[in-house]
Ligand binder design. Structure first.
Ligand code: DGL
Length: 298
């Protein structure tokens, strides 16, 4: 553990460049969690909005897209990479690490699984994610490695609904109800008693409220109540622990959701910067001023 004198001294040290990547704006939920923990860091965010959704594509295509974004971040001087996309983390982490060379890479799957382990007392966990993430069974494997049982469900309609801004909307609520009903039925059939649901896509934290309400309505009587978790906060903690020189002294109550960072935030999108700005502001929870357009190829 750092003592206060050392942490104060290192707080004034040079900014560290952290590259954050997602297929779109979903990774901004992870960036939002990192900002208050890493106020001296410089963030470069790439949202590959032109090629979103990744979740319906093949492993080879996801890897090719993710690698081009990661190469771009490394060229921009990123010293640490956060893959704030479950789909890319699940299907392309090896290719991403190869492309990143000596730059450390943190994905969100292991972190999400570790959060589930910390949350679950029954040892049974539900996962909702994109089709590609579910087909890879990356979560089920990571959870099994921690001694947990899991049932996974692909929810391909949720990303377009969130992108449309239909957060607390009757259509979204009905779609959620259907997905969760099927997931709960499958988990009963498998003899599980789940007490935790992992949001295995960085778009889904925006639907946390509607998901919690639907779960409360649908959970079978007599079963454990289900806690909803995502990997954003835990990922942010891990990055802050890996880059202690960017962390402020640990003063209780100092972390707030909307701390303004001292270093700049650089945003790049591969499609409409206006759309990234308006949609991204909702995901980040604070205004996004400048977004640059970048062409990462087809
Ligand atoms: N944000 C991506 C994830 O966490 C999903 C969006 C997409 O399908 O590209 O999986």
């Amino acid at each position: 553990m750092m003592d206060v004198a050392r942490s104060t001294e290192t707080f004034a040290g040079p900014a560290r460049k952290i590259g954050v990547f997602d297929s779109g704006v979903g990774g901004l939920t992870v960036l939002q969690a990192m900002l208050p923990r890493l106020p001296a860091a410089e963030f470069i965010y790439v949202g590959d909005t032109a090629r979103l959704p990744y979740g319906s594509k093949s492993r080879a295509t996801i890897a090719r897209y993710a690698v081009s974004s990661v190469r771009f971040l490394v060229e921009q001087g990123a010293e640490f990479l956060v893959i704030a996309c479950n789909t890319a983390s699940a299907l392309a982490i090896d290719e991403i690490r190869d492309a990143a060379g000596a730059v450390p890479v943190l994905g969100v799957i292991e972190t999400g699984a570790a959060e589930a382990k910390a949350s679950s007392t029954t040892g049974d966990v539900l996962v909702i994610a994109t089709a590609a993430t579910v087909e890879s069974h990356a979560y089920a494997k990571a959870l099994r490695g921690l001694g947990l049982r899991a049932v996974e469900r692909a929810c391909p309609l949720l990303v377009p609904l969130v992108e449309e801004g239909w957060i607390d909307h009757p259509v979204t609520n009905e779609v959620l109800r259907i997905y969760l009903l099927e997931l709960l039925a499958e988990s009963v059939e498998a003899g599980l008693d789940p007490d935790t649901l992992v949001l295995g896509c960085t778009h889904y934290p925006l639907l946390r409220g509607p998901i919690e309400r639907a779960l409360a309505e649908l959970s079978p009587v007599g079963q454990s109540s289900i806690r909803v978790i995502d990997s954003a906060e835990a990922t942010a903690e891990r990055v802050a622990a890996a880059l202690p020189f960017s962390s402020p002294p640990n003063i209780p109550g100092q972390i707030t959701a909307h701390t303004t960072p001292s270093a700049p935030l650089l945003f790049f999108a591969t499609d409409s910067v206006a759309k990234f700005r308006s949609l991204g502001t909702r995901f980040l929870g604070q205004p996004i001023e400048h977004v640059a357009l970048v062409d990462l190829g087809g």
